[in-house]
Write a protein that binds this ligand. Structure first.
Ligand SMILES: NC(=O)c1ccc[n+]([C@@H]2O[C@H](COP(=O)([O-])OP(=O)(O)OC[C@H]3O[C@@H](n4cnc5c(N)ncnc54)[C@H](O)[C@@H]3O)[C@@H](O)[C@H]2O)c1
Length: 494
């Protein structure tokens, strides 16, 4: 399939806005199409409000942010994009009609994915031109933070379309779950609906309030579910013998049964109880406030899970590893004069990096210099596999000099000079320049120590890594030594 540089969105409501924010964050341009012109303002606001949470998800080097354009001409959008994600209302006939229309305009190799929560892909592709490129790509709100996307094929869908879509979704940081068989509600909504039905029954029968039912999840199963699903957790519930014992012990309950298959009637009284209960839980906080709270903890949870390389944390870890690899590959493509400091890292100052003085925030400098160091590591053989084996250089000292203002959208590059190195340590000197005029805007120094992370002690680097590092050190020894190298802090005139 074609490389996705531009994503087309069909329908720009809650879900369309989430797709736009996620795709743009990872460098994909977006053409958003909606029948209502007023949705342009809405989607721009929605992308802006997703930005703070997305920006805090990872500090790995990102490509320049994608651009957003808006149109009410669905067919024009379809002609210009590499992948289409449909997010119009959940009505089968409307989706069938619009998908058929748009398929007449999108080139044959453009995948068309539907965000449908429960409709079947075989029904959606019925009237389309090239129905083999229709898939269901079902995301979860907020699309910009939750990595899950369910991929479902219809009877006419080509296997290659599923694989191509999975590749694109993975590229924008998602976990592509391939659903084996199309069923109404796919996998997740079917599971969610079972829980939802029980909630409605218990509120209806006065068994519990909405708050109590939410507490029954968030203090217990909800915490487990973030990293282990019901099946793995029940395997643990069976003790040493695992799932077999669990089924033996709790199997009879399934016959009683505890749960009900039909949802209760949505009477006015039940609707009132649900609305009043959730309003009481909100405690006067607006939807926006609650969204910010939700976004903040969703980011924090994924970062914690990353430490355990599990669930959504494993997805984040893999994404970051790829982003670092790509940054290293971009640097490797830049022609290098071996007798000059190495140009290791290029970046552009993103809107979310700027502080209240309209300058790049202080803490972004160590991040950028750190990304340059990471690129150097990869060039000398210290990559993800190396770190996974338990070895890594640790920073033991760092100094930064801020020399000139850096503002939003400034393109920057970093060069690195190896001032010293032995079997266990190295001393690096970095210069950060503005691309447009080569102005030196900051310098930094790192002293690093090579560590066996499991043994928690410093150890020599392997001979091949040392050889590559020492070769750079020898070439850089001939370069002029930076005047301020090794200088401590002082109030003396500089
Ligand atoms: N909201 C969720 O939590 C959620 C989660 C996952 C999937 N989905 C699915 O995503 C889809 C969209 O849901 P939503 O919540 O974003 O809905 P929404 O009502 O917020 O947005 C739908 C948008 O589609 C636009 N639209 C209507 N007709 C159109 C047409 N003919 N052409 C172009 N645009 C048109 C509307 O103007 C609106 O902006 C649905 O299929 C839904 O099942 C929703």
């Amino acid at each position: 399939m074609r490389q996705v540089k531009t994503l087309g969105l069909l329908g720009t409501g809650v879900i369309g806005g989430g797709w736009a924010a996620r795709a743009m964050h990872f460098g994909i341009d977006v053409i958003a199409a909606d029948v209502k012109p007023e949705m342009e303002e809405w989607i721009r606001g929605s992308v802006a409000s997703a930005e703070p949470a997305l920006a805090s998800l990872t500090t790995a080097p990102l490509p320049p942010k994608g651009k957003l354009t808006f149109t009410t001409d669905l067919n024009a959008m379809a002609r210009q994009v590499d992948f289409i994600q449909e997010n119009i209302p959940e009505q089968l006939e409307l989706k069938q009609r619009i998908l058929a229309q748009v398929s007449q305009h999108a080139p044959a190799d453009v995948i068309i994915a539907s965000s449908t929560s429960g409709l079947m892909p075989s029904d959606l592709q019925r009237d389309m031109l090239h129905p083999e490129r229709l898939i269901v790509g079902h995301p979860f709100n907020p699309v910009y933070l939750l990595p899950l996307v369910e991929l479902v094929a219809g009877t006419k869908t080509a296997a290659a379309s599923i694989e191509a879509a999975a590749e694109f979704y993975t590229y924008i940081g998602m976990h592509a779950l391939r659903v084996r068989k199309e069923v109404p509600g796919h996998l997740t909504d079917r599971l969610q609906e079972a829980l939802w039905r029980e909630i409605l029954h218990m509120v209806n029968e006065g068994v519990a309030t909405t708050r109590e039912l939410d507490e029954s999840i968030i203090y217990g199963p909800g915490l487990r579910w973030a990293a282990m699903g019901t099946n793995q957790i029940y395997h643990l519930a069976g003790g040493e013998p695992g799932m077999r014992h669990m089924l033996h012990q709790f199997g009879p309950c399934l016959k009683w049964p505890w749960t009900k298959l039909e949802a209760p009637e949505l009477t006015d009284e039940l609707i009132d109880r649900m609305v009043e209960g959730t309003a009481e839980q909100a405690g006067g906080r607006s939807i926006r406030e609650l969204e910010r709270l939700r976004d903040g903890y969703l980011v924090a949870v994924q970062q914690v899970l990353k430490q355990f390389d599990i669930g959504a944390g494993a997805t984040l870890k893999a994404l970051e590893s790829r982003l670092y690899d790509e940054a290293a590959a971009r640097a490797a493509k830049t022609p290098v004069d071996p007798n000059q400091p190495l140009r290791l890292f290029d970046t552009t100052v993103r809107a979310e990096w700027v502080d209240y003085n309209s300058h790049m925030s202080d803490f972004r400098y160590p991040q950028i210099f750190g990304d340059a160091v990471d690129t150097l590591f990869r060039q000398i053989g210290i990559d993800t596999a190396y770190r996974d084996a338990g070895y890594s250089p640790y920073t033991v000292e760092m100094k930064i000099s801020y020399l000139a203002e850096v503002v939003q959208s400034d393109a920057l590059y970093v060069t690195t000079q190896v001032l010293g190195a032995d079997a266990k340590r190295f001393w690096l000197y970095h210069r950060m320049h503005r691309v447009c005029d080569d102005k030196l805007v900051a310098t930094a120094e790192h002293i690093m120590l090579h560590v066996d992370a499991k043994a928690k002690k410093s150890v020599p680097m392997p001979a091949d890594v040392q050889a590559k590092l020492f070769a750079i050190r020898e070439r850089h020894a001939a370069l002029p030594r930076p005047a301020d190298a090794g200088r401590g802090l002082s109030l003396d005139k500089r």
